[in-house]
Design a protein around this ligand. Structure first.
Ligand code: FE2
Ligand code: FE2
Length: 177
């Protein structure tokens, strides 16, 4: 867990100095319609770069594993939209360090702190689902966004093995970025 956090901070910190390229925007535009693209543009810069890294990792894994194009497109689109809940509060890299320390120090008690950034940090999966459900009809995308930080996947009691497999893939690529 700890080395993964350090890696996440390193990637996040170095991304500050990297620009979103024309190719990045082409990837976004090729997977999102106009409305979804305007939602993507609500992300803070830091989160745009994060979701792009997750989307590229997922795209590569799907290509390597020979996953069909429609599933690949769905997963790349989900990756691009998965942190939509984070548009509810600007959480910078220093905030993220504080939030991780808070969760280490307070455990689950940190979740009940009445602070906007804390609430968005812990609940952005559900918040993203709430935003997207008015624009996205695909049940799987909504399921993945809503549950991408679930602690215990079995507690979802989901009978769709594809959804669970895809959730595991999204969570893995998210954690590494
Ligand atoms: Fe997230
Ligand atoms: Fe994420």
């Amino acid at each position: 867990m700890y080395p993964k956090r350090v890696k996440q901070f390193y990637i996040g910190f170095t991304s500050i100095f990297k620009k979103i390229t024309k190719e990045d925007l082409e990837l976004v535009k090729s997977h999102l319609n106009e409305v979804e693209y305007s939602l993507f543009n609500k992300y803070y810069e830091y989160d745009k770069k994060h979701v792009l890294r997750v989307a590229k990792d997922i795209e590569k894994i799907c290509t390597d594993e020979g996953i069909n194009n429609s599933k690949k497109s769905l997963l790349v689109k989900t990756a691009l939209l998965h942190d939509m809940g984070k548009t509810k509060a600007k959480i910078n890299i220093l905030d993220r360090v504080i939030l991780v320390l808070l969760s280490k120090g307070l455990g689950d008690k940190a979740k009940s702190l009445k602070n906007k950034k804390v609430q968005v940090y812990y609940n952005h999966g559900f918040m993203g689902y709430e935003i997207l459900k008015d624009y996205i009809e695909d049940d799987e995308i909504l399921f993945l966004v809503k549950n991408h930080h679930i602690n215990d996947i079995e507690s979802l009691q989901c009978n769709n093995d594809d959804y669970i497999k895809d959730l595991n893939l999204l969570m893995k690529c998210d954690e590494e970025n």
